[in-house]
Design a protein around this ligand. Structure first.
Ligand code: PXL
Length: 270
């Protein structure tokens, strides 16, 4: 590996045809931050800024073949997972991704309207198999409620769900409150028993589709570079805020559009 070879992040998730979220968001975020994203698709969605029209889950053999193609050839520095969709895919990812690397699991369990989009067996497999293998799991507040079994409708409840989940899984947990409303966007990080609140001013923009995917991808890259978890999370939060601000005037479609990860000044240390 030459010195200028970028860190390679294995991003596993679904395609968003509107390119706001999913693998397309991962590819943009990781590229914008100077990494290289290898992309394993689990599903193809037909969607735009208005919503998801259909989902096609790829056969498990094809998901496995993609992972093998990557890990047999490339030196992966971290793994990030997004939409996995089905219990057997969650299990496959836990079995097949290389160990000993930072693993950031964004458990995509609800759609942007807040409806559950995976079955209960899939949630159970996250709890039993993939969550415990993760370095960090990054549910939004609705997903934190589903995973912890606790109601989550304010910041105090986010803290309770985050620490309960962190205790149960034995991993660090970042609960994102961006969609909770209010003047501030508050996230909760629980790591090694320590709870911290990360706050930023809410930016008025219709374009926040894919912020979860982009956040988990940027954190995975920062961890690959050896950044401490709390620092990686804090830097990523301010980068996401800037990426939202840089796309606030965009009108890519009539609904919730993408952010602009290429807009912010890149921090060379991230
Ligand atoms: O933002 C979560 C997400 C992840 N992956 C895919 C998606 C979405 C949300 O729409 O479509 C493929």
């Amino acid at each position: 590996m030459t010195e200028d070879t970028p860190f390679i992040i294995l991003a596993i998730g679904g395609s968003d045809s509107g390119a706001g979220a999913g693998i397309q968001a991962d590819l943009k975020a990781i590229s914008a931050m100077g990494g290289y994203a290898a992309t394993v698709l689990t599903a193809v969605t037909a969607q735009n800024t208005v919503g998801v029209q259909s989902v096609h889950h790829l056969p498990i053999e094809l998901v496995e073949a993609q992972i093998q193609a990557i890990v047999s050839d490339m030196s992966i520095a971290a793994v990030k997972t997004g939409f996995l969709g089905r219990s057997e895919i969650v299990r496959l990812i836990a079995d097949q991704t290389p160990g000993g690397l930072p693993l950031v699991v964004d458990p995509v369990l609800v759609d942007s309207a807040g409806h559950q989009i995976v079955d209960d067996a899939t949630i159970e497999t996250y709890l039993q198999v993939l969550g415990p293998a993760a370095t960090l799991i990054t549910p939004n507040f609705r997903e934190a409620a589903l995973l912890s079994g606790l109601p989550v409708d304010d910041v105090a409840a986010m803290e309770e769900a985050a620490s309960s989940l962190s205790d149960e899984l034995g991993t660090a947990v970042l609960v994102k409150g961006g969609h909770l409303g209010g003047e501030m966007a508050v996230d909760i990080l629980v790591s090694n028993g320590d709870t911290s609140r990360l706050t930023s001013t809410r930016i008025d923009s219709p374009n926040v589709h894919g912020t979860g995917c982009s956040t988990a991808s940027a954190i995975a890259l920062a961890l690959a570079k050896g950044e401490r978890l709390d620092v990686a999370v804090a830097k990523t939060k301010s980068w996401i805020s800037e990426s939202i601000a840089m796309a606030a005037g965009w009108r890519i479609g009539s609904g919730q559009g993408p952010i602009n990860p290429f807009g912010p000044n890149q921090d060379p240390s991230l």
